[in-house]
Design a protein around this ligand. Sequence first.
Ligand code: ADP
Ligand code: RBF
Ligand code: MG
Length: 229
Amino acid sequence: MAEQAKPPKEKEKLKRPSTPRTAIAGPPNPSTPFPIRLSGPIVKGFGRGSAELGIPTANIDPSTLEAAGQSSVQSGVYYGFCSLPIHLSSSESTAPQFPNGKRPSEHALIPTSYPAPIAEEGVGEGERNRTTFYAVLSIGHNPFYANDTRSIEVHIMHAFAPHQFDLYGLEMRLMVLGFIRPEYDYDSLDSLVEDIWVDVGVAQGSLEREGYKRFVEDKWLADGAKAVD
Ligand code: ADP
Ligand code: RBF
Ligand code: MG
């Protein structure tokens, strides 16, 4: 029998391909298995996101995937919306906080601002107890670090003020809407960091399409139980 080409197993580390990144990922509307709704408290991770990469990621327990019937979802980088039970005094657009205020590279897809969060004034009817944010996340073993367990890590597209920065324990609601790429191993920390910032831009561009943007009004995210459909 002829050898058939097999897709790479998840355990085999994929190296970052040299092909250029595209500005948008995924079809014009979410398709199966999306949307995936995950919720759980923000827990401690390895403490590397802020310290080593300069990109904080709010971690939620991977068992939230089982609770959603999605334990076999492919590892990789995804985009979606998330909400937190907080009210922001201002829901204006903020700028990414690059380490030392310096853009990690001149890559055209690295954004200079985040979309504005969706707070109280963002909804018409109904009740909003939560603020909704654009989100980019990784689900996986972080091949660059070879973690033993899968993690779910969400970079929330908002620069929180220093006094708001600690989000541990808050219940995150996360609606995953699309897939960007598999996780890769990298030759350097700088190339991992650059790719993550490009993911932020790709997530933003992908979510700003009509078929996705409508989910910012999602009632589960807003906790608008009293809203009329
Ligand atoms: P950990 O390894 O514990 O997840 P990180 O270094 O990844 O720590 O930092 C994540 C923490 O930083 C979050 O749990 C949250 O408390 C805080 N944080 C502040 N701003 C953000 C943001 N924009 N996105 C994600 N987490 C943030
Ligand atoms: N880690 C990897 O080893 N390979 C990746 O391709 C990768 N992509 C990521 C993409 C995004 C959008 C985010 C937020 C994280 C990604 N990570 C990846 C995880 C990164 O290594 C991790 O956030 C830090 O190690 C902090 O835990
Ligand atoms: Mg983290």
